[in-house]
Design a protein around this ligand. Structure first.
Ligand SMILES: [Zn+2]
Length: 177
């Protein structure tokens, strides 16, 4: 695995984004370093959540800080090997994704979720999330299963962003040639 400080944001259509991530086996200092790097990238790109596949690491970890503010580390949340226990209601909100620059989409999701996960101390915790936290954890959780938010919208919506997706695909080809 790459050292933590070599991790970089991966953009669509990087295949790692469509890969189902593997469970974390040990919570150790190397994982803590990757998590730190994920928060740093997230703040730099002005996001509020980031999943490990988005930095090229196919492991079941995501981070959230709804404030998006590096000066509010008390709001940082780390979810290792998360499981969604319960989901209820339904609501529509506009979402973005750091792996899809400039694309925003209305996505329908359950309004509240109960999520269980391990923290960096190795302890299991459960939270009931609603509002933006519920939205954010569901979006990040999807990343661990290789599900991208563009797959959560109607065909009509996807056709509307087809040009932007093509543009991202073109930029990826330029990078690799
Ligand atoms: Zn995302």
């Amino acid at each position: 695995m790459l050292p933590a400080d070599a991790l970089e944001l991966r953009l669509y259509p990087d295949p790692v984004l469509r890969t189902r991530a593997a469970p974390v086996v040990t919570v150790d200092e190397a994982l803590a370093a990757r998590v730190r790097r994920m928060f740093d990238i997230m703040y730099e790109k002005r996001g509020i959540g980031l999943a490990a596949p988005q930095v090229g690491v196919s492991e079941r970890v995501f981070v959230v800080n709804l404030s998006g503010d590096p000066d509010m580390p008390e709001d940082e949340k780390v979810f290792i090997n998360p499981e969604v226990r319960d989901a209820a209601g339904e609501c529509t909100e506009e979402e973005g994704c750091l792996s899809f620059p400039d694309i925003r989409l209305d996505v329908v999701r359950p309004e509240t979720v109960t999520i269980e996960a391990t923290d960096l101390s190795g302890d299991r915790f459960t939270i009931e999330a609603d509002g933006w936290l519920a939205r954010c954890v569901q979006h990040e959780f999807d990343h661990l299963d290789g599900i991208l938010f563009v797959a959560r919208v109607s065909m009509t919506r996807r056709l509307m962003i087809r040009r932007q997706l093509k543009e991202l695909e073109g930029r990826a080809e330029e990078r690799s040639s």
